[in-house]
Ligand binder design. Structure first.
Ligand SMILES: Nc1nc2c(c(=O)[nH]1)N[C@H]1C(S)=C(S)[C@@H](COP(=O)(O)OP(=O)(O)OC[C@H]3O[C@@H](n4cnc5c(=O)[nH]c(N)nc54)[C@H](O)[C@@H]3O)O[C@H]1N2
Ligand SMILES: Nc1nc2c(c(=O)[nH]1)N[C@H]1C(S)=C(S)[C@@H](COP(=O)(O)OP(=O)(O)OC[C@H]3O[C@@H](n4cnc5c(=O)[nH]c(N)nc54)[C@H](O)[C@@H]3O)O[C@H]1N2
Ligand SMILES: [Mo]
Length: 756
């Protein structure tokens, strides 16, 4: 079939052209200014974009990549500009809009359409049995939440979700409120994102965060970028890689797709980048099969161990534990399974080995390509083994670099947003606030969905995000949400989670990063922590999108007063007026934040301590860095089936679709595409341009189907397929999660592709 089958739920007619082999450059600048002007107009564009990531400006609501010390006047990227434009848009969703659109009608719209309607302006309430949201005064909205919470048999029948844009101050108050209320049910987007990294790093190094700073990248001899597409998702990282290369670093890219940004980068901030050929970033491209990374690193580790003098024996002796057991295991790695798991040639791995051995200082960077598989935790532990062997932790120019997603997802965790809080954190919280914190572990994202499905959770509260679209198994998740008594979303923009709701629902509109936050105590700023543990202030300057908006800290503080009543000894009212008082408390509860207010006042902020990086101290169970000797796994794919990864286009931010232009991959005007290796496609009788249905097969015998995807012949690794998230979340079974982190295995879904 050449045309989309009729009944296709989303208007989608993808145009396809050849993928590009370089990223950024003038086209990126033009694209960012165009989307900014469309949403904000000319003057606002100039005023806003110049404040992104400046020392007295606001933190870009895009990704968590850190700001360099010497900043350009335009320290943002094409996709940062889109993130800002999306928030600073002049379009508004008013009560009239809700009067004109019944919820059932909104539920039929695409996520793209919903997002394009503009900023939310007033608190809205969907009464039980009603088909329209209606405006509701703030105090009544808080009253509704309090009513439902008071009716629960146990505080654990409520869940408090967080998406990673929430500031440190709001996150700290939010977790305090949840714990005073009595639950650790604090799932967050991390559960779907870098949880596997946190899990693996905590066990092996004692700190669940990255160990490198920007300077380390600049000083590295070798940087391995595995399972990450920085050209789209962390574009400013390309500038750092370019600088590293100028300093002599070499780069190995490990990815089933050749991504334009890693191939060649035209830095839009330099004249040469704008006009010339740009910098070739990747020295060696390993086009790996999905999920083959553990096998790759295991083989490299075997080869390093076998090579005379290649292991840093002093480091291993002084600082690590478990080497012998690991080495014995690694020596058994065989070539045949390695080549099968990775799809690579032996010569390619040997070339990688030569680069590894030639490097004194190695950094490994990764993102979702490593974290969203069943065996992700073991894979990341293998990366740690790899770095430990040659002493590449706690040395300048070397270390682990998990590149975070949301701009404050790391900070939210530091502030205690976690369903499995450390006992020491709870002890400190109890001491500071005189509360009794619940000690039992709470629910993560996947377990929250199960609990809602099974009627065990009745109130769902979200601080940001788009839970039903971001979560796996869309149909199951939506049904689960519909079983809730009440769903509440603190949001800036309309999304699908406002349309698929509990029996009652509330939308609580909030300020974005770009906006001025005026409280009783004067103008406020908030703080965030980037992917490298640097904490700094973020100050919005724009007039808020509507006079009815409340800031996230104000929403939490007012809700807490209403729900907890006079029993709470926490000075919520003071916290709402003056966020510096919140920071004083954070300083006493969270290690590394001593003298928080003083230190964050300095331009550029401060860097949090990191024991492995700063002093080669490893706060693990053994007191050393741990080698781990897991079995090697990779996804088994039955005959005639493919392995699907669900990834991001260049024109989206998670569930927010900015536009329909996945520029670097040459895909425009539609998102229902499936990228297949031409040989695999031919084997299945699927010509480029035809339409196909995707059916996932799960081990319990259940199947899930998504229909009407345009087949695109694309240079993906053999046996692998790629399609966009969130359209394909419907294919990811709720129970398909990573061992040890419970992260949905969104990058290894076994599918069959059949002609539509
Ligand atoms: N503009 C923009 N920026 C963003 C986001 C966005 O949506 N838009 N999202 C933010 C968030 S929350 C996050 S977590 C990050 C996500 O950043 P990324 O992790 O870069 O995002 P994905 O699109 O999921 O891309 C995964 C990459 O890993 C590769 N990959 C997939 N599976 C494997 C595998 O098994 N092995 C290897 N070696 N590679 C694999 C894919 O081909 C792809 O290049 O970006 C953040 N920044
Ligand atoms: N299949 C598949 N599923 C995935 C992934 C994948 O790669 N494949 N990736 C996973 C990952 S890495 C992540 S992080 C999750 C993302 O999951 P979420 O963080 O839940 O989703 P987002 O799409 O980032 O949330 C967008 C919404 O956040 C709201 N928002 C934006 N800014 C603000 C703000 O400042 N304050 C408040 N209160 N609200 C705001 C807006 O209303 C917007 O509609 O998705 C996960 N799901
Ligand atoms: Mo993420």
């Amino acid at each position: 079939m050449r045309k989309p089958p009729s009944g296709d739920p989303v208007q989608d007619a993808p145009d396809v052209s050849a993928p590009l082999d370089s990223a950024a450059g003038t086209a990126a600048v033009a694209r960012s200014l165009r989307s900014a002007r469309q949403q904000m107009g000319v003057r606002r564009t100039a005023l806003t974009l110049l404040r992104v990531n400046q020392k007295d400006g606001f933190d870009c609501p895009g990704c968590a990549w850190p700001e360099p010390d010497k900043r350009h006047t335009a320290e943002f990227c094409e996709n940062g500009a889109k993130a800002v434009a999306e928030e600073a848009t002049l379009r508004r969703v008013t009560p009239d809009f809700f009067a004109a659109h019944p919820v059932a009608d909104l539920a039929k719209r695409s996520g793209y359409w919903l997002g394009q309607q503009g900023r939310l302006t007033q608190p809205m309430y969907l009464a039980e049995g009603s088909d329209h949201y209606e405006p509701v005064p703030w105090e009544r909205a808080f009253g509704i939440v309090a009513e439902e919470l008071a009716g629960l048999r146990s505080p654990d029948e409520a869940v408090f979700y967080t998406s990673g844009r929430t500031s440190n101050e709001a996150a700290f108050l939010y977790q305090l409120f949840a714990r005073e209320f009595g639950t650790n049910n604090l799932p967050d987007c991390s559960n779907m994102c870098h949880e596997s990294s946190g899990e693996a790093l905590t066990e092996t190094l004692g700190v669940g965060k990255g160990s490198v700073l920007l300077d380390d990248l600049y000083e590295a001899d070798l940087i391995i970028v595995a399972g990450q597409n920085p050209g789209t998702n962390h574009p400013r990282m390309l500038s750092a890689l370019e600088k590293a290369k100028a300093g002599g670093a070499r780069i190995i890219t490990v990815n089933p797709l050749p991504e334009a940004g890693m191939t060649r980068f035209k830095n839009p901030q330099t004249a040469r980048g704008l006009a010339g050929a740009g910098t070739a970033l990747t020295d060696l491209f390993l086009q790996i099969r999905l999920g083959g990374d553990q096998a790759l690193f295991r083989m490299l580790n075997r080869l390093v161990i076998e090579r005379e003098g290649a292991v840093d024996e002093e480091f291993v002796r002084e600082h690590t534990h478990g080497f012998e057991e690991f080495a014995a295991k690694a020596r058994t790695a065989g070539w045949e399974p390695t080549l099968r798991a990775t799809g690579l040639e032996r010569e390619e791995i040997e070339e990688a080995l030569r680069m590894v051995l030639a490097s004194r200082r190695t950094v490994v960077c990764w993102a979702m390509g490593l974290t969203q598989h069943k065996h992700s935790v073991a894979t990341i532990r293998e990366v740690v083994n790899f770095l430990l062997l040659r002493g590449n932790v706690g040395r300048r120019g070397a270390g682990v670099c998990p590149v975070r997603g949301h701009s404050n997802v790391q900070g939210d965790r530091t502030m205690g947003i976690s369903e499995r809080p450390a006992p020491a954190f709870l002890d400190a919280l109890e001491r500071e606030f005189g509360i009794t914190a619940p000690r039992e572990h709470g629910l993560d994202v996947v377990r929250s969905i199960r609990a809602m499905r099974d009627g065990e959770v009745k109130v769902f509260f979200a601080m940001g995000g788009n839970f039903v679209s971001a979560s796996p198994d869309t149909d199951v998740t939506e049904d689960a949400m519909r079983r809730a008594r009440l769903s509440v979303h603190v949001s800036t923009k309309l999304n699908r989670s406002h349309c698929v709701t509990g029996a009652r629902a509330l939308i609580l509109p909030t300020l974005g990063r770009t906006e001025r936050d005026l409280q009783g105590g004067g103008e406020q700023f908030v703080t965030v922590e980037d992917s490298m543990g640097m904490v700094h202030a973020s100050r919005g300057r724009l007039e808020p999108a509507s006079p009815h908006l409340l800031s996230e800290p104000a929403i939490v503080a007012r809700l807490a007063r209403r729900v907890l009543g006079v029993e709470s000894r926490t000075p919520w009212e003071d916290f709402e007026k003056d966020y510096a008082l919140v920071r004083d408390r954070i300083a006493r509860v969270v290690p590394g934040f001593e003298e928080f207010n003083e230190r964050v006042a300095r331009p550029g902020g401060f860097t949090l301590p990191h024991a492995p990086r700063d002093e080669r101290r490893f706060p693990t169970a053994t007191g050393k860095a741990n080698f781990t000797a897991a079995d090697v796994h990779w996804p088994e794919v039955p005959e005639g089936r493919l392995l699907l990864q669900t990834l991001r286009s260049h024109d989206q931010y998670n569930t927010t679709v900015y536009g329909l232009d996945d520029r670097y991959r040459g895909i425009r005007n539609g998102r229902r595409v499936v990228l297949l290796n031409p040989e695999d496609a031919r084997g299945l009788g699927l010509d480029d341009g035809t339409y196909a249905d995707l059916t996932s097969e799960w081990s319990d015998g259940t199947e899930r189907t998504a229909r009407g995807f345009r087949v695109v012949h694309y240079p993906v690794a053999r046996g692998c397929a790629a399609a966009y998230y969130p359209e394909t979340n419907v294919l990811v079974p709720l129970d398909a999660t990573a061992d040890g982190s419970n992260t949905p295995a969104s990058k290894s879904v076994v599918i069959r592709v059949t002609s539509a």
